[in-house]
Design a protein around this ligand. Sequence first.
Ligand code: APR
Length: 165
Amino acid sequence: MATIEYVLGDITEQEVDVIVNAANSSLLGGGGVDGAIHRKGGPEILAECRKLRAGHYGGGLKTGQAVATTAGRLRARWVVHTVGPVWSATEDRSNLLADCHRNSLRVAADLGATTIAFPAISTGIYRWPVEDAAEIAHAAVEDAPLDLIRFVLFDQATYNAFARP
Ligand code: APR
């Protein structure tokens, strides 16, 4: 049974086996978490992402999928990149957001990781309402096959939404 914890902070500073990146399907970087991880982790991460794009992920990473690369200069051992769904008021994409968490956990467990840090996937540029994202994330990580799951929230409002009792 995994310990679940909530931290107000920067995911790139976390000392865990796996840091999850809220990427986009190109795997070639972006803003937000994606930008921070590539900036702090260094060019090796992008180099491995490019290899993935040249190989099995030629068409890009699909929403909900997850794939691992080196963590470069970060304190973690791996970055698991996942593509969150963009919020839609007309289409229920909740299962895709849950998939991001479930697939990231599966990839991390397959690597032998025992500790993982998640950002609040899809709640930034992809505009997913934070309260709803927190519900989905909590449910998706129950019974996870790891020892520690840490949600790293970048602002107080998001922290409050995730860390509610
Ligand atoms: N550490 C932890 N959380 C962070 C950090 C950080 N260094 N930087 C941003 N965040 C938070 C945001 O405040 C938000 O709560 O991560 C959450 C997710 O926001 P985004 O990074 O915008 O991710 P998302 O909404 O999933 O949008 C993904 O944005 O950066 C691009 O390439 C990315 O196209 C993709 C899209």
